[in-house]
Design a protein around this ligand. Structure first.
Ligand SMILES: C[S@@+](CC[C@H](N)C(=O)[O-])C[C@H]1O[C@@H](n2cnc3c(N)ncnc32)[C@H](O)[C@@H]1O
Length: 214
């Protein structure tokens, strides 16, 4: 994963200004830099490598990511298997363009980067896939939105689908959404690693919840 570490380092050292405004945001944020966005938004190395290992272990063919940002987490999801297809959705066009450029330089051809809001684009992606094997949700950390995205993803999920949610303890709303997801009748095993919540739907497993110091 040195390649991804090097991309992260290059982003850290890039002080080019980028806009923070996007159609889904009501507030008017001042521009930031590639360096700051990476520091504030990109998945940490340890959890990125966990995503990478989950993909290596479960071999998902069709993956959806909500929240591309500059593409760091997408790289962890897409690198293990060139035969997989990773749909990644991002509402900030400028951020997505930087990510797409990076995917191109990395030679990854299995990423479908989609610009738009999750509300608009997730149903469209779900419509065009027959089944969803892995989902990573890392954006719009509101209670009801998170539950809605989870419910939408369930419609194309199957016994071996794996779901990962970032920032499950970020706010009271996210705590409530995570609790709701863990209690959902289709969820059997849930794992709380604090920053990342993992959910499995396997019917052969007893309903169990694990809290892991990671
Ligand atoms: C935490 S960042 C994602 C970080 C990325 N997964 C990574 O690890 O590199 C969340 C991203 O979701 C995007 N986002 C948030 N709410 C959104 C929405 N409703 N529709 C589309 N994009 C959204 C933001 O623009 C931001 O880039």
């Amino acid at each position: 994963m040195k390649v991804i570490d090097d991309i992260r380092k290059a982003y850290y050292q890039n002080f080019t200004s980028i806009p923070m405004n996007a159609s889904f945001r009501k507030d008017n944020l001042p521009p930031s830099t590639i360096s700051k966005v990476t520091q504030n938004s990109a998945i940490g190395r340890k959890h990125g490598e966990l995503l990478f290992r989950l993909v290596c272990e479960f071999h998902p063919r069709t993956l959806i990511e909500l929240g591309t940002s500059l593409g760091i987490s997408t790289l962890y999801l897409a690198t293990p298997n060139s035969q997989s297809k990773v749909f990644t959705i991002e509402g900030n066009a400028k951020h997505l363009a930087i990510a797409q450029n990076r995917f191109k330089i990395s030679g990854l051809k299995n990423i479908v980067a989609i610009e738009g809001t999750f509300d608009e684009k997730l149903p469209q992606v779900l419509d065009q896939i027959s089944q969803l094997d892995f989902v990573y949700i890392d954006g719009n950390h509101q209670q009801q939105a998170t539950i809605d995205y989870f419910n939408q993803c369930l419609t194309k999920s199957h016994n071996h689908t794996v779901m990962a949610f970032h920032d499950i303890h970020w706010s009271k709303g996210m705590e409530a959404a995570w609790k709701h997801i863990c209690n959902h009748p289709r969820v059997t095993v849930s794992i709380d690693t604090f920053h990342l919540g993992l959910v499995f739907l396997r019917k052969e497993c007893l309903k169990q919840h694990f809290v892991v110091r990671f």
